[in-house]
Design a protein around this ligand. Sequence first.
Ligand SMILES: [Zn+2]
Length: 225
Amino acid sequence: MRKEIKTLQDIDAASFTFENLRWKYGVFRPMSSGAGRNKKHWGWCGVVTALGEVEEKVWYQLTEQLIKNAGEQQLLAHLIEWESECGYTKSSSDEVRKEAIHLHVSRIFDDPEWIHYLPFNKRYRPEIWEAAHIVYVRNECCQKVSAVTQEQIDRSSYSIIYCPHCGRWSRFTILGRRVKPEGPNPCLDCDCYDPDMGCTMPGIDKSYACPLEAPNGGQRRASDA
Ligand SMILES: [Zn+2]
């Protein structure tokens, strides 16, 4: 049987990491005691992690402690805010907090494949957003320009990608890549001005359609591939 973790004391300090406490899957064990008509039944909800099995409520205590140790309470607060605005508007605040802890422990904000990687980090961790490999694409669904990460494109299955405008997954055309260093999307209010991203005019059109110069050297494919 797997090791069961009951308290923080069951974990040595070096193993007390996000990686080790990542939620692999939940388990439910039906429990019973006594016999006959006095027999009692209940369930034990646990979480399987790299270190062993942890009772669910202990898992939340441990991971909250981990977040505190890392000085990341503010980041958790940001995730909670983000989730309550974007994902789980109908959930109770307790459910949103739990979901945010899951996301936090899995370090989702560091994963460029996360569909909210760019808007989340632009809002809360601009230095991460500045360093991101941004590609401008046009999704077939909305025909609007949006920014995604190179990693999202590299991992796209069946040539479809998440559309930040409508939330559908659809085929896309690559318009251009953000070239660094670059200011925060300078734009002189052309048709492709987006309040969130600034100018999203594909570089190939920018020279005549947006008064600002296109970033140098960006690879562009304007085909309808
Ligand atoms: Zn769309």
